[in-house]
Design a protein around this ligand. Sequence first.
Ligand code: DLL
Length: 433
Amino acid sequence: MEYWDPVIERMPEGELKELQMRKLKHVLNYITEYSSFYRKKFAEAGVDSKDVRSLNDLGKLPFTTKKDFRDNYPTGMFCVPSSQIIRYHASSGTTGKRTIVGYTRGDIFEWATSIARGLTSLGIGRSDVIQNSYGYGLFTGGLGIHYGAEMVGATTLPTGAGGTERQIELMQDLGSTVIACTPSYFLHIAEVAKSMNVDFKRDTKLRAGLFGAEFWSENMRKRIEDTTGVKAYDIYGTSELNGPLFMECTYQNGIHAWADQYIMEVINPDTGEVLGEGEEGELVVTTLAKEALPLIRYRTGDITHLNFEKCECGRTHPRIMRIQGRADDMLKIRGVNVFPSQVESVLMKMPELGDNYILIVDREHELDKLTVRVEVSDRIPEKSGDNLEELNRKVSRQLKNILNLTVDVELVEPGSIPRSEGKAKRVIDKRKM
Ligand code: DLL
């Protein structure tokens, strides 16, 4: 097993906690001095950063939210003058006004280091060609991976998102061994490759994929690995915290979150109460090393649980387990909570179904109605009416078992649901339109 930073990555838990506490004190002094935003926030909450004497005291501090970014748009939360900022990124703003993030030279270095550790944990290095199909530009995916990939000395192939046929040609011509993109885009690339008669196993050197930026299920992972032969690794981050930040190691059992750079908590999203290890709730992150935009208890909106056990790979840092979706993605259908990820888990287990689906929520006669539209697989030759009806009943039954809710299932032709080159749109909620 190789490590980018063996001392830090394998640091015993106790020492890691001491290091976190030292860094936390430093961050709190730093924001007290340089952040008018946090001075005001703490004063409003009636807390003093000096009250934080142990890591457990972190819970005394108020949360930071996406709304804070919007209220202080564009750069009101920055702790350094613009002369110190060497790069901006912005979130796409799909769930509201976009948020702006800025980075000092030190921030870019820390960010790339985080990715470099992850890549090394996957054995990715100088002999690899990383085809980076995350969007370059304001989105953090492209440049985030890029700097980490260069740091480990891999060859980067900065294709960005889109131009799918060209992606497949370049992948063959330049021998890409790793691809980085959203899992939904990779499935689309695989689909186009098939139509070009390109078989990943036979015609390319692709061995690993860094898939993230949107939720995806274990069953989706299995499907990707079974159909393409590419090992699928989960990678997580948010633009407010940096962009792509943390990834799984070869054991594929949770995303290593670097505790010397960030403190992870999981809270009850309704009450704000801090939950224990293994309990599912909203991920909250405090940055320990950021200069331009340090964040205290940032509510990511993502639902997951943490695992603090040492990983088989020897790393001691906490692991973020499979993200179940965003708290605000959760649909309430006739009083029942539904995560799109639960639906995906069911659909991806059924070989008769294709890779693409969408959830449509509407209101009929004052009652919520959930329709799951899903493509049938093009691997199934027999698509007669009887078979389709039988399949429809089977999908409905399996969804009902998991969701405890009767849903309408609409089976559609392969290729009929729009593909995405970035984050897939999985839900249309007509009740909000
Ligand atoms: O998507 C950063 C990123 C780029 C992560 C490339 C991974 C790879 P945002 O556009 O700000 O940043 O979106 C962040 O995407 O809060 C999650 O809801 C979702 N998300 C990101 N990674 C995962 C993942 C980037 N591995 C939001 N699993 C986050 C589930 C994910 N959801």
